[in-house]
Design a protein around this ligand. Structure first.
Ligand code: PAF
Length: 271
């Protein structure tokens, strides 16, 4: 595994390859990332992982500061997985140039997380656009846990006629049901139990909605989630997963999208 800290030496190296399969991360690598990497290794191109905690996508300084960082452990994990390249850029390496393509931000960026984290998706698209320009990957592997992010990156790629193809990968869960996320490491045992209970409660709700074709009483459900131990609910909404249109009548294609807090930790998921 070769490690690069600047784009010029990285570019020089990858120019020699036939193409790159790219997994962008902010570190704190977990089973979800590992499954993206394993999937990428099945494709014919070399695997490149990036670790960059992008300050521009955090709407709160405190959230940026408390974001889990574990580069030494991450490097060990990546070595074991035998990836080809690891890119750990500095802020200047990423933001010290003007990208050729402008970011396209679909209007769906204003919904769900966009409503609660001002500037978040602008920050995500900004950094992803720059990574794409530096790396020019054939494939980019992204998890469905961050479904809105995945959708918006796809829209940007379509609109700007970028040749990279997004490979959508299923959400990987802990044994207790909660979606793998770097932020889970900020939860204690009791908080993990709360997150797990919330996951099972909402999975059950989705099953009921599908079976009985009912639309839910959002206020009652939010109250139930608080009773289960959530400190605050940002949103709980159902959307068709392809069109991202709100569903009037539940059908087999909808997902429940939710974001909530347990003390200082914000968790998102969709089921
Ligand atoms: O999903 C993430 O970890 C980040 O949003 C990403 C795609 C690496 C951009 O910083």
């Amino acid at each position: 595994m070769k490690i690069f800290k600047d784009k010029h030496s990285l570019r020089k190296e990858i120019l020699k390859t036939k193409g790159i399969s790219f997994i962008p991360t902010m570190g704190g690598l977990h089973k979800g990332h590992i499954s993206l990497i394993k999937k990428s290794k099945k494709f014919k191109f070399k695997t490149l992982v990036s670790i960059f905690v992008n300050p521009k996508q955090f709407n709160k300084r405190s959230d940026f500061r408390s974001y889990p960082r574990n580069t030494k452990i991450d490097i060990k994990k990546l070595k074991k997985l035998k990836i080809n390249y690891l890119y750990i850029p500095t802020f200047k390496d990423i933001y010290g140039f003007k990208p050729k393509k402008k970011v396209f931000l679909d209007k769906f960026s204003k919904k769900l997380c966009g409503k609660f984290r001002k500037g978040h998706f602008e920050g995500v698209l900004n950094v992803v656009n720059r990574f794409i320009e530096i790396i020019k990957p054939k494939y980019i592997f992204l998890g469905k846990k961050d479904y809105q992010q995945l959708y918006l990156i796809k829209k940007h790629i379509e609109k700007r006629k970028i040749k990279s193809k997004i490979i959508e990968c299923k959400t990987i869960r802990e044994n207790n049901g909660i979606a793998c996320s770097s932020r889970n490491s900020n939860l204690d045992k009791n908080q993990k139990k709360i997150a797990s209970n919330i996951f099972y409660y909402l999975s059950d709700l989705k099953k009921k909605m599908k079976k009985k074709y009912i639309l839910f009483n959002i206020n009652k459900i939010k109250k139930d989630l608080v009773n289960l131990g959530a400190s605050k609910i940002d949103y709980l909404e159902n959307y068709n997963v392809d069109s991202f249109k709100k569903i009037k009548k539940p059908n087999s294609k909808f997902n429940l999208f939710f974001a909530y807090h347990i003390k200082n930790t914000r968790l998102i998921d969709n089921i």
